[in-house]
Design a protein around this ligand. Sequence first.
Ligand code: MG
Length: 247
Amino acid sequence: MVVLRTSKELLDMKLSCQISAQALKLAGEMIRPGVSTAHVNKMVHEFIVSQGAKPTFLGYGGFPAACCISVNDEVIHGIPSDRIIRDGDIVSVDVGAAINGYTGDNAATFAAGTVSEEARKIMDVTEQCLYKAIEAAQPGNRLGDVGYAVQAYAESFGFAVVRDYVGHGVGRQLHEEPSVPNYGTPGRGLRLMPGMTLAIEPMINVKGSEVKVLKNGTVLTASGSLSAHFEHTVAITADGPVILTKA
Ligand code: MG
């Protein structure tokens, strides 16, 4: 069932989204060559707790950390570790904070030091995909319009949309209905209604949409190419989409 939230409920949900956004911003400021992904996770965890919130991902499906940190060809679900971030890496951080019975969810890919032209391009295009999708998330439009916006833009650069993982409803739970694919046909799929709260999250690979999954759950590009990931929690309102995780 897709939940429609009142404006009061959206207001209640906003705090979790704001803490999620601040946590992501903090992670971005910490991404640099020489830092371990475990250290970034520790700082993010401490920040979330300092705000009186809980790291939503910790323990979710057995996940052992406050945020997913995925480097280079890792698409999502990277586990923070003693891996040292190197100059030229691109680092995707996905994080959510829960408070007042709601959770936010957001992600971004950050550059460590000086990155290649290809790395810069996949990051920029994926971020633009997110904003194209949000622009398409107007009440009365359909999920196919949102997915198409991502797919059309990514593919116009020769990049590939990950299909095995998709965005989702978010609110009381980290993952609610509906699924929000990053591909689709305009005018098809569920109609967007005021009160829906969606985690829109394009995951775009430089080469090939196929992914492989390690035993520990980390998802990588099958081709070994770079991948980027940007995500916002977005409320559909009568006046249009509102980014709840805007920092
Ligand atoms: Mg998500």
